[in-house]
Design a protein around this ligand. Structure first.
Ligand SMILES: [Zn+2]
Length: 235
C-alpha cells in the first residue's frame, strides 16, 4: 500500500502543484497557488494506487463503525460516489481497487436560476442504485467542500445515506467533517501554505493590486478575465 509520501512524490512528478502564481479558485477566490490533480487523468497506474489508498481508508472506517450499522433503512451495498470531473474517475478506481460492488457519479451544473447543483445524469439509472444505499463521496481536491455538500444533498434527496468523504488532497485543514457537514472526512494528503484572497472590497487581492498576470488555466482565470478585459494574463 502506498502512503502520503508516495502521493506527494507523484504530485511533484506530474507538476500538479503550482506555486508563485495568480489564479482564480472554483470558489471565486484568488490565490497564489493551485493543486491541479487533473494532470493525473488517464494515468492508470497512479490512479489505481490512489484508488487503493481511498478504499483502504473506507475499509478502516467501516471496521470502526461496524457495530453502529444497524439501520435497516439502508441495507444495500456501499456505493462510491464521485462528482465530475476527476471524482468520477476516482470513484471508479476506488470501487475496482477496493472490490466495492457499485459506484456512481454526478454532474455538477447550474439550475435555471444559476444556482450550483449536483445531478444524476438523466441517461443513467443511478437514482435506483442510490436509494437505500450507504454512500461514500470521493473527490480529488477539497477546498471549500462545496461539491461535497452538493453531492450529499443529491444523495440524500435520492434516498441514500452519506457515511463520509475521502479526498486525495485537502487544501485547508479548516475544512473538517463538521464544516463539510458529513459524519466522517479523510484526506490522503493535506497541502496548505497558499495565500488566498476573497478579491472583493473587504479583502482585495494583493496580486491584482500588483498587476501580477492572471493565469487563465488551470482554475477559472479564463472566466474572470471576461469581466476584466484589460487585465494582463498568462497561459
Ligand atoms: Zn487577484
Amino acid at each position: 500500500m502506498k502512503d502520503s509520501t508516495w502521493l506527494e512524490q507523484q504530485l511533484n512528478e506530474f507538476n500538479a502543484v503550482i506555486t508563485n502564481s495568480h489564479l482564480v479558485l472554483t470558489s471565486g477566490k484568488h490565490s497564489d497557488g493551485y493543486i491541479n490533480l487533473r494532470v493525473l487523468a488517464g494515468h492508470v497506474d497512479v490512479l489505481y494506487e490512489i484508488g487503493e489508498m481511498i478504499a483502504a481508508a473506507i475499509d478502516e472506517r467501516e471496521n470502526e463503525i461496524e457495530n453502529d450499522i444497524s439501520d435497516g433503512d439502508y441495507e444495500k451495498n456501499i456505493v462510491i460516489v464521485g462528482p465530475e470531473t476527476l471524482g468520477r474517475t476516482l470513484a471508479e478506481f476506488t470501487a475496482v481497487a477496493g472490490g466495492f460492488t457499485s459506484f456512481a457519479w454526478c454532474d455538477m451544473k447550474k439550475d435555471s436560476e444559476g444556482n450550483d447543483i449536483a445531478e444524476w445524469n438523466p441517461k443513467l439509472n443511478f437514482a435506483e442504485m442510490i436509494d437505500g444505499a450507504r454512500c461514500y463521496i470521493v473527490d480529488d481536491l477539497l477546498t471549500t467542500a462545496k461539491s461535497v455538500k452538493l453531492a450529499k444533498q443529491l444523495i440524500e434527496a435520492t434516498g441514500g445515506k452519506v457515511e463520509g468523504v475521502v479526498v486525495v488532497v485537502r487544501r485547508s485543514q479548516e475544512v473538517t467533517a463538521e464544516a463539510a457537514d458529513v459524519p466522517w472526512l479523510y484526506a490522503l494528503l493535506d497541502v496548505d501554505g497558499f495565500n488566498t484572497w476573497a478579491a472583493n472590497e473587504n479583502e482585495p487581492c494583493v496580486l491584482c493590486q500588483a498587476l501580477v498576470p492572471m493565469k487563465l488555466r488551470p482554475g477559472h482565470g479564463h472566466e474572470w478575465v471576461k469581466g476584466h478585459p484589460d487585465y494582463p494574463t498568462t497561459s
